[in-house]
Ligand binder design. Structure first.
Ligand code: MN
Length: 298
């Protein structure tokens, strides 16, 4: 356990999502000093207790969307023809490849969900778009620990969800117990419910606790439900704007124009919404720059 990074808190910030209902979300990632956590590049927490969520068709490039509901039911439709109801304990994973569009609408009140994005590595940004619904996910269990592994691997328990870089996403119900980690991964923990003592600090719902790299295990003392995210530190500086993840201003500009021009060859069509869609915002009057990966102590 030498060369372990000191834990660091990253506070979530409240972000108004446009739209009719003016839903507010807590944005946990990205942060100025933490643009990515492994390949995880975006984390919004919706709710708890959102009465109605209507996210009309909108596009994505350069990423996978990972939708992880904690309460309530969400209907997902997309431009590869999916129409799926998602419930807690299940995973929706949509891979944009070169371009995809989707909508998400709540079917119940009381929605509480995590919306995460995973940045695709450069060699996967032009693949075909795809969608996976995982109704059954593998359990990692050890003394005091009962986890659902939704992406990647925790110990030797691995999700079937398709990943393009080594990473993990797991929901962990803990009384008190120890989980295996990979020293080459960086990790972060978000508390959903309860509170947990981890790495000599007390963590409650709200901030992300960044644990860095260099650990081969960690002990959690709850009781709590937490989400563990981790992965190999992502090598690329990313340009993130609206729903797009890219590597250059021009790449983002092209995607924006194609969405605004209703270019169905790139983004397809999400059935069932007529002409309703979310228009792209106006680009700022400057060239978008990549968020620089900070150099961290290893
Ligand atoms: Mn989306």
């Amino acid at each position: 356990m030498s060369n372990v990074t000191s834990p660091e808190f990253f506070e979530a910030r409240e972000v108004p999502l446009g739209g009719v209902r003016g839903v507010k979300v807590d944005r946990v990632l990205p942060q100025r000093e933490l643009p990515t956590l492994g390949a995880w590049c975006f984390l919004d927490q919706f709710g708890p207790g959102i009465a109605e969520m209507i996210v009309l068709p909108h596009p994505h490039i350069g990423l996978q969307t990972v939708t992880w509901p904690l309460a309530g039911e969400i209907r997902h439709r997309d431009s590869v023809g999916s129409d799926v109801v998602l419930r807690p304990g299940q995973l929706n994973l949509m891979t944009s490849g070169r371009g995809v569009a989707h909508s998400e609408v709540s079917l119940t009140g009381g929605v509480h969900a995590l919306q995460l994005w995973v940045a695709l590595p450069a060699d996967a940004t032009q693949i075909d778009p795809g969608f996976e619904h995982h109704a059954q996910l593998p359990n990692f269990r050890s003394e005091g620990i009962d986890a659902l592994v939704f992406m990647g691997a925790l110990g030797d328990v691995e999700s079937h969800a398709t990943t393009y870089t080594p990473l993990v996403g797991a929901q962990i119900d803990v009384t008190e117990g120890t989980i295996p980690l990979r020293p080459d991964f960086e990790y972060g923990v978000l508390v959903i419910d309860g509170s947990v003592r981890v790495a000599d600090v007390e963590l409650k719902p709200g901030p992300l606790l960044y644990l860095g790299t260099g650990r081969d295990e960690i002990t959690l003392a709850g009781p709590a439900r937490v989400v563990l995210l981790g992965g190999l530190p992502f090598p690329d500086d990313l340009v993130m704007w609206w729903n797009f993840v890219g590597r250059s201003h021009d790449e983002i500009l092209a995607a924006r124009e194609q969405w605004e021009n209703q270019d169905t060859t790139r983004f397809g069509t999400v059935a069932g919404h007529g002409s309703d869609r979310i228009p792209a915002p106006v680009l700022p009057n400057l060239r978008l720059k990549p968020r620089k990966q900070p150099s961290r102590q290893q």
